[in-house]
Design a protein around this ligand. Structure first.
Ligand SMILES: *[C@@H]1O[C@H](CO)[C@@H](O)[C@H](O)[C@H]1NC(C)=O
Ligand SMILES: *[C@@H]1O[C@H](CO)[C@@H](O)[C@H](O)[C@H]1NC(C)=O
Ligand SMILES: *[C@@H]1O[C@H](CO)[C@@H](O)[C@H](O)[C@H]1NC(C)=O
Ligand SMILES: *[C@@H]1O[C@H](CO)[C@@H](O)[C@H](O)[C@H]1NC(C)=O
Length: 737
């Protein structure tokens, strides 16, 4: 063995979970059972538990070998983060980005629980989600909609709630993609070179929440980090994830993100997926018999293989899959027809998430809500369901008809989509409203349909997805942030023919709206994102005011694309030179005025803030002491609270997301002026007032100190901002440490 290999082997042996206690989190008991089972397995069985049976070798997108010596299945691993892919009937949930836009912990949890129940009902052991990578530093990145927000705090809370919901229903969650997979172009060759502080404070942050929530598994990503593959990066896997964050579960490769037998094993990879050479050179099956040989010749320690197996079995025990777990009820490869119906009443969760994630961007002269209008024109292809069916394009890889999810592996089959036009027509029938339509994107037809109506609603969209599919010239990542299908021209044509125009935007992420906003007849803009199967119903809830809109932007909408300062690259190296300064951190630092800032969203009512109270006490300096799943235990201790009173000062019921931002003292090295560190959604009747309470943890007021390699609370004056968005700050205070 080379000296370096010996070193790695010793290190790998040292980084086993036996070194940690798990603080009574359920892992201790799960490890006890896993170790008892490990002793009954022979070497071939152990290798089989960590190796996929090859692409399409079983009913799921990933499957492992079934041992005979213990009661343990061929594990079924299945996409996606918004529902069970390649199966039907299933529920097509709103995308992650919509869950983020609700800023509602209990709804995010309910979405996770409903998804987990469907996965379990179909016999899926591991559902491949939720997503915190891409985090979304590039507004045009193809898969940003699979995750929750480009703010690590919001993403972290959503990871935690989703995982708690999913695993509470019995399925193992998989936090992905770890890490730096911030674009689709060249994702399998690019190196994301991320400095240590940025890595901790932005990209790893939500994974800390995931590990703290006892996530069963983490998926390492396709890209390299600092020149070495994520799935065999010792610093990232053994170092950061397993040692620093104390992750007790297992790390699986993204599908063919593994490149070696020995180095991946010794760097901390625990499971290879799908176990074949489906994208790599023929013959590159790295584990299976090759792993057995590598253990036999001493280049991978036996303790490392035992550790892989223990982690995988413990995760299975942790979520209770050792008792009465349903068999796999579908096959991904023959249409996916399941022999059970697991959908229950999950459409009500879909509708609630879709409704409460809808962001009202503009509403001049109270154009909304609609009140039994005499006539309405409904314009645009995005108002209707694709006539060929909502699943006409494989993995949703086309932008025909109304947009309700992006494309790629992060999708599920729609059981149906309630189209916006269908739902508006039902409401119009009840109201006696005369509807005219133009359901193409033809500007002449649009203008003539809009001309005679009192109000025109124009539907436009912008789509993206995973890079293995190119849609209308977009190879996963978006080519620009403009509306697709000449959406700007469509709105212009309608606004020239009608004085009361409402624009609805279905989108994967930010869209530049300047052309649309330049039309004085555009009175309102509604932003339902990617709402899933209940699209039209949720939209009607908001348009007609049965519910006040309460979604808030989980990202910034800029006036022009270049204002973001970040974009995907065609280079094979991305140096992440923007560091901590992405999205609102960048706009704040550089005094760039966004069009609609992070955290922004209007309501049909108004809210008053008062009585800010700040009570924070913490010892300055580094977090020290034992590690629990998530990191140093002390980081998660509450160090104080910020409270504020919010009153509904308008005439209708509504919900407000009160947001807390913290500015670190000058003694901390260059840090964004303010960073989200708390939020609470309050549902308030007219006149009602309620307190919002933000609990701050030690992590929330720390930065990552590169020299000390620790999270440090700096000394000095911390600024406290509480408000309705990242720029609509209503109350300010401070505390000293
Ligand atoms: C290991 O167990 C499997 C059954 O799971 C059996 O087929 C195989 O022969 C065993 N291998 C050895 C070396 O005993
Ligand atoms: C990557 O390189 C940067 C710059 O040298 C360093 O700060 C960081 O710790 C490295 N990260 C990893 C995971 O090796
Ligand atoms: C040990 O076996 C593995 C798998 O066949 C192989 O990749 C590796 O080069 C071998 N190492 C030595 C030192 O023989
Ligand atoms: C509905 O509007 C169209 C177009 O303006 C008009 O031709 C038609 O008579 C109207 N129908 C009713 C019932 O008002």
């Amino acid at each position: 063995m080379l000296a370096e290999q010996i070193f790695l082997s010793v290190l790998a042996a040292a980084v086993t979970v036996q070194a940690y206690g798990f603080g009574g989190s359920g892992w201790d008991a799960a490890y006890g059972r896993a170790k008892a089972a490990l002793n009954k397995l022979n070497q071939t069985e152990k290798v089989g538990i960590v190796t996929g049976v090859k692409w399409m070798g079983g009913p799921c997108v990933g499957n492992t070998y079934k041992p005979s010596s213990i009661d343990y299945p061929s594990l079924c691993l299945q996409d996606s983060p918004l529902g069970v892919r390649f199966a039907n009937p299933v529920t097509a949930f709103p995308a992650g980005i919509n869950a983020g836009a609700t800023w509602d912990r209990s709804l995010i949890n309910a979405r996770g629980a409903a998804m987990g129940a469907e996965a379990k009902g179909l016999g899926v052991n591991v559902q491949l989600g939720p997503v915190a990578g891409p985090l979304g530093k590039n507004p045009n990145s193809g898969r940003i909609w699979e995750g929750f927000s480009n703010d690590p705090y919001l993403s972290g809370v959503a990871m935690e709630e989703t995982i708690a919901g999913m695993q509470g229903s019995g399925v193992q969650a998989c936090a992905k993609h770890y890490i730096g997979n911030e674009q689709e172009h060249n994702r399998e060759t690019i190196s994301s070179n991320i400095d240590d502080r940025t890595l901790h404070e932005l990209y790893v942050w939500p994974f800390m929440n995931a590990v703290k929530a006892n996530v069963a598994s983490v998926m390492c990503s396709y890209n390299k980090v600092n020149g070495s593959w994520s799935c065999e990066n010792d610093a990232l896997l053994n170092g950061l994830l397993k040692t620093e964050l104390g992750f007790p579960g297992y790390i699986m490769s993204d599908w063919n993100a593994q490149h070696t037998t020995v180095n991946s094993a010794n760097s901390g990879l625990d499971m290879t997926m799908p176990g074949s050479d489906f994208n790599n050179p023929p013959g590159s099956i790295y584990w299976g018999p090759n792993l057995e040989a590598a253990v036999a010749n001493g280049s991978v320690p036996q303790s490392r293989l035992d550790d892989m197996v223990t982690r995988i079995l413990a995760s299975w025990h942790l979520v209770g899959q050792d008792e009465g777990y349903p068999p796999v009820a579908f096959s991904s490869w023959n249409g996916g027809k399941a022999n059970v119906d697991v959908t229950g009443d999950h459409k009500s969760v879909v509708r609630a998430v879709a409704r409460d994630s809808t962001v009202l961007l503009k509403n001049d002269n109270n154009a909304l809500p609609l009140r039994k209008p005499k006539s309405l024109a409904i314009i645009g292809q995005d108002a209707t369901v694709n006539p060929a069916g909502p699943n006409a394009c494989s993995d949703r890889g086309c932008d025909t008809g109304t947009l309700a999810m992006g494309w790629g592996s992060g999708t599920a089959q729609f059981p149906y989509i309630v189209g916006p036009l269908d739902a508006i027509q039902s409401q119009a029938a009840a109201d006696g409203t005369n509807i005219t339509t133009s359901t193409t994107d033809d500007t002449t037809a649009a203008a003539s349909a809009a001309a005679s109506a009192g109000t025109a609603i124009v539907f436009i969209n912008s789509d993206s997805g995973e890079g293995y599919i190119t849609v209308e010239g977009n190879a996963g990542d978006r080519n620009n942030l403009d509306p697709w299908h000449n959406g700007n021209e469509l709105v212009q044509a309608v606004a020239a023919a009608n004085k009361n125009v409402i624009v609805v935007v279905h989108s994967v992420g930010p869209v530049i709206l300047e052309t649309i906003l330049a039309q004085p007849n555009v009175k309102a803009i509604v932003w339902p994102g990617l709402p899933g199967q209940e699209s039209g119903n949720a939209l009607v809830d908001v348009l007609y005011g049965s519910t006040s809109p309460s979604g808030k932007l989980p990202y910034t909408i800029a006036k022009q694309f270049s204002d973001y300062g970040t974009t995907w690259t065609t280079s094979l190296v991305d140096d992440f030179t923007e560091g901590l300064f992405i999205d609102y951190r960048h706009f704040d630092e550089n005094n760039i005025t966004p069009r609609y800032e992070f955290g922004y969203g209007l309501s049909y009512t108004t809210f008053k803030y008062s009585d800010l109270d700040v009570n924070v006490q913490a010892r300055p300096g580094a977090a020290e002491g034992p590690i629990v799943p998530g990191g140093v235990k002390e980081l998660f201790d509450t160090v104080g609270t910020v409270t504020v009173t919010v009153q509904n000062s308008g005439k209708v019921a509504g919900a407000e997301v009160a947001q807390l931002y913290i500015g670190l003292p000058d003694s901390a090295p260059s840090t964004p002026p303010k960073q989200l560190r708390g939020f609470q959604k309050l549902h308030l009747a007219p006149g009602q007032r309620e307190g919002a309470t933000f609990e701050l943890t030690r992590r929330d007021i720390s930065y990552w100190d590169v020299q000390q390699q620790k999270w440090v609370v700096p000394s000095g004056t911390f600024k406290v901002y509480v408000g309705s968005s990242s720029r609509d700050i209503r109350e300010q205070g401070s505390f000293r440490i």
